[in-house]
Ligand binder design. Structure first.
Ligand SMILES: [Zn+2]
Length: 242
C-alpha cells in the first residue's frame, strides 16, 4: 500500500520512532515495539552525545531485537559485536560480514541482496548500495512495518539506477539517506537528486554528514534540503516519530 490512504491507515496504527546517534547510526522502533539498531558506530563516534555512548544501555532499557550492519567499515560496524554480546540480539547483514563477527549461530542472521529477514513484527529487506566493504557487498536496508509502511536506510552509496527498482518494489516512505559527500559517498546535492529522481517519501532524514571535517556540514545539508518540507534535519541524540 503506497497510496495516501494506505499511508494514513498505517500511520493511525502508530508511528515509527527514529533516534539518530550521529553518522549512519540509528535506533528504529516499530509501532509494535520491535527495536533495531542500525550501523552502530557509537562509542568512538565524535558526535554521539555522551550518555548514549554507554553501550550498557543495550542490556536493558534499549535492548534491541536485532542489529543491522550495512557494510564492514568501522564507521558502520564498530560496536556491532559488543552490542550483540551485551543484548543477545542477532546481527543482520551480508552473510560474509555476519560470519566475520564470529557470533554464535543463533545470533548470526546473514543474508544477501534481495533477501528478507523477519524480526518481531518487521521484515528487513537487504537492498543494493554502491560502495565497498571488506566482507561481502555493501548494502542498504528496507524495513517493512506491519501494515506495509517502509523505511529505507541507504547505507553508504552514490546515486544508482537500482534506486528505481527499490522504489518500485518497496515504496520507501521514510528515507534515511547518506548525504555526507567528501571522498566517500554521494554529496547532499546528489542525495537530493536521488530522492527527486527515484522516490516519493513523506520523510527524508539526511545522515553521514558533519561527523568528520572531510564531510559536508549541517549547513551544507540544510542549504540543499531547504524548501523541502519532507526533510527532517536531526541532531545527534534526537528522537522523532514519523
Ligand atoms: Zn561510512
Amino acid at each position: 500500500m503506497s497510496d495516501q490512504s494506505g499511508r494514513s491507515d498505517a500511520r493511525a496504527s502508530g508511528d515509527v520512532k527514529v533516534r539518530w546517534l550521529g553518522h549512519a547510526a540509528f535506533e528504529v522502533e516499530s509501532p509494535g515495539g520491535t527495536k533495531l539498531v542500525i550501523d552502530p558506530f557509537i562509542k568512538d563516534n565524535p558526535v554521539t552525545p555522551e550518555p548514549l555512548k554507554k553501550l550498557d544501555r543495550y542490556k536493558s532499557a534499549d535492548k534491541p531485537n536485532a542489529i543491522l550492519v550495512s557494510h564492514s567499515h568501522g564507521d558502520h560496524s564498530a560496536d556491532a559485536k559488543e552490542i550483540a554480546k551485551l543484548s543477545g540480539a542477532p546481527v543482520i547483514g551480508m552473510v560474509e560480514l555476519v560470519a566475520s563477527l564470529g557470533l554464535p549461530s543463533e545470533q548470526s542472521k546473514g543474508g544477501n541482496i534481495g533477501g528478507e529477514i523477519r524480526v518481531g513484527d518487521v521484515s528487513v529487506h537487504l537492498v543494493p548500495a554502491t560502495h565497498s566493504s571488506e566482507a561481502g557487498s555493501p548494502i542498504g536496508f528496507v524495513i517493512e512495518f506491519a501494515g506495509g509502511r517502509t523505511l529505507y536506510h541507504t547505507g553508504d552509496t552514490w546515486i544508482m539506477s537500482d534506486m528505481a527498482l527499490i522504489e518500485e518494489v518497496h515504496h520507501p516512505d521514510i528515507i534515511l539517506t547518506c548525504a555526507g559527500g567528501g571522498p566517500y559517498t554521494q554529496s547532499p546535492k546528489v542525495a537530493a537528486l536521488s530522492i527527486k529522481k527515484f522516490f516519493k517519501p513523506s520523510v527524508i532524514v539526511p545522515m553521514h554528514y558533519a561527523t568528520f571535517p572531510v564531510l559536508a556540514t549541517e549547513a551544507d545539508v540544510r542549504a540543499v534540503f531547504a524548501g523541502d518540507a519532507r526533510a527532517a534535519i536531526m541532531k545527534p541524540g534526537d528522537t522523532k516519530s514519523f
